[in-house]
Design a protein. Sequence first.
Lengths: 117, 349
Amino acid sequence: MSNFGTYIRQARETHRAKDASFSVRQLAARVGIEPSYLSKIERSEQPPPSQQTIERLAEALGEDADVLLALAGKVSDELQEIIRRRPKLFGELIRQLKDAPDHAVLRVVREVRDGEW
Amino acid sequence: MIELKGNSLVIRFPEVHPQAELRVEFQRTLRIPDDDKTYPLPPGLGKFALEHVDDHAAGVPPHWLERGGVMLPMYQAEAMWLRFASPGAWNRSKLPYPFAIKVAAGKQCAVTGESWRNELHRDQQDYMVAPDQPWLDGFCIEKGVIRQFVAMPLGAGYSAEEQLTGKAEHGGLQIAVYPMKRESYERLCKKQRTISDMVKDCCLASAEPTFGFHRKRSADMGLAPGGRMRQEIYDDPYELGDWDLENSSRCFVHLCNSLVWQSITGSLPPHPAPTAKQYTTAGLPWYDYYDERATAVDGAAKLAGLKSVRQVSDDKGDVALPENESVTPECIVTYRKGLQPGQVRETWL
């Protein structure tokens, strides 16, 4: 769990090296949380925030929300609902793909089908 | 390839360049008043729900399946704008990958009013360039002025498609995306680095009700021209030869009203957007965007001749817009070229 805070701090500081608006204060304002809270999260003095806040952090930092949620030990409500609707099917799919290399997993990514128009 | 992720279309061209990725979002917004005034940009009120038409094969009309693509629910009381986002746009160490984007409503180009063609055309530019063009809110009727995309039942005579072609054939919204050629992008990156180095040296020295009128049995909706809004469609700063016409992706976005959506999917769309008056009275912000260094394309004569929903409604003696009071936006947030982190149009109500 402590990885989450460290990761956020590193991502923020990387941005801040080129853009002063990535101070704790300004990022916190954009995400809608108190600067002191963000600071504590970064120092792992507070557990990772809510899913909504993590998603806003991801947006503000240009990071993938699922990756940040995973670092926080969470799985998005959306993904949980997907699995809950068809647990057997998705349980099997995930197990089958767990050790597959990324390019093999990407082959099963579903594309939006274009038809005749 | 186009994926549907988090109610956005994620369009990638890994065969062209690993950075070649564009996200297209369909933002819900309020209907600006359809009067003689020209309004600033309304807010984004969250993304429209998007679903594969194939996932509802038993419930959608057969012609939707022929066209493929995705579908979204739209109340007639709301409007839509499109957001084009590059994943690396806020990472200043990487140059966002440029894309040429064609948008049409009922297969009529939103920039030129011409019928859909699969290629890019420069003589009368029929596309936009991302990331320079962050948003598109409607039909380009004059230089720097658009008419808002609002949903109307196809077949009622309001849509741009019906006004331009006399037919209610396609409806929906169509998008095609072309990435920049890899070599052109790499050349651009080199040029950018050179400029960046020069700047560095220099420095060293010194964010439904459906109205019931004309409800058609058809599930299709079309986009019609609503109120006037200030928005520039920027001229392509690159050469036509910089675009990779061999690698493009396109998508048909079907529009349906909330009741049709509910009968197809079994789920309820979100509540309708507030009216412009409710929003403005609450003191919430409107937006303006300027890019002084870019040139705006001229409005299309074909689109300039379109009648707005109110004008068609008046001609027909209908009451298409029960909520159409003029407003005076006082809180206007202005953004300049190149959106900075946190410079968004979305408002959380």
